[in-house]
Design a protein. Structure first.
Length: 149
């Protein structure tokens, strides 16, 4: 039952947090937030950026811990050095579905390889190479799509 609930939170969330939301139109964090707004998402939207108070008319939170409501889906678009800590914070908040959009792991050298291996073994999901898009829920389900062949 819990697995079905997590999948529902992934595909039909009532609340979405965008960690790494940005007011810079050239950044992925802006594009994702703008797409959510443009699509008319009716649920709660929580942009998270420690340097912003508002983005696209949404109140911006400076950290995940500042959100007291349940987050159904978190979308992470932060630099790789913040990825593991961000995942840990989300799990501590009982977030069940996380989409990780990032680059700069295996293809950038030894540090990226270490972070990629740590993420794989700790959270049970694989890596699909340069420019990857990854989704995992409850450490058991994962979906992946990549811009590379």
């Amino acid at each position: 039952m819990e697995k079905n609930i997590s999948m529902q939170k992934l595909f039909e969330p009532k609340s979405i947090a965008i960690i790494g939301a940005s007011s810079n139109q050239g950044k992925v964090g802006y594009k994702i937030l703008n797409n959510i707004k443009s699509a008319g998402f009716k649920g709660n939207v929580y942009p998270i950026n420690p340097k912003a108070d508002e983005i696209l008319g949404y109140h911006c939170y400076h950290s995940i811990s500042k959100i007291s409501d349940q987050i159904d889906l978190a979308i992470i678009v932060v630099p790789k050095r913040f990825t593991l800590d961000t995942i840990e914070e989300l799990l501590a908040q009982n977030v069940k579905s996380i989409i990780l959009i990032t680059a700069g792991f295996k293809e950038t050298g030894e540090e990226g390889k270490v972070i990629s291996r740590t993420t794989y073994y700790k959270y049970s999901y694989g890596s699909y190479g340069k420019g990857s898009f990854k989704t995992f829920t409850d450490n058991e389900y994962w979906l992946g799509a990549s811009s590379s062949n």
